[in-house]
Ligand binder design. Sequence first.
Ligand SMILES: [Zn+2]
Length: 279
Amino acid sequence: MCPVKKAQIDLLGTVKTIVLSTAAISASFAVPPSAQAQSSDGQIYVEYQFAQTARYQDMSADLQYREIFEAYADSMTQLFNLPRDIIVSFQECGFSNAYYKPETSEITICYELLDQVRMDFLYSNVVTAEDSPEYAISAGIFIFLHELGHALIHDFNLPVLGQEEDAADQIATTFLSFGGKDSLGIAWAAAFDLLITSEYESVLPSSTDEHSSAQERFYNIACLSYGSNPSEYTDIPEEILPESQKPRCIERSQQVSQAVLQLIQPHVRLQQDGIMGFQ
Ligand SMILES: [Zn+2]
């Protein structure tokens, strides 16, 4: 891994102040009590497969103890009329990745990926070893919501203009924007990790990766996060989001959230209270 440059470290330090703790974030995403009485069809289940490697066993035990992903899975199950079950499976894969398989309706999140994200934060030198797991879990929640975006696109047969990978990022960021500044901290954590990885992305050989570059994904997520809640981010530095781009980000966020809401509306349970009570 290439060291993060000095200028980038300063920038990451600024981003760090924007990211909030996962405890505050997960509390903001609770489903209103009226929703919990509703029955559901398809459900989202979280499972943890046995890991051979000791540190992944520790990670698995920690995730199971915290039940953060279970809380998000339950919220999404309550929110949507899902046509079938979706399994979110944490596994030791032998490689670092997360992906969705429509054939089995399964989202796989490799322990290796969460560990890599933790190391990204750790080696950025702006997050302490103690804090890095919290940042990794925040980014991991975004990864889960991104993969869920793929699942919803498939199961709801949602039309996609442009790259599906960008659409999945837009769906994840829009969901988080429903929770306001607190849950948007998760989107900022993911953006923060992409900013770090963009530092060494350019030295890797070109690949067939369907994702936009880490730099592009960072900018797009940051732009939508800012645009959805501009009054909360008045002090966002020029290096992260140039002043000239801010009006465009507000306009873009409105456009994207309107598109996401319109597309998912027919599949949402809580018509009367608005989506998750946040509208
Ligand atoms: Zn994807």
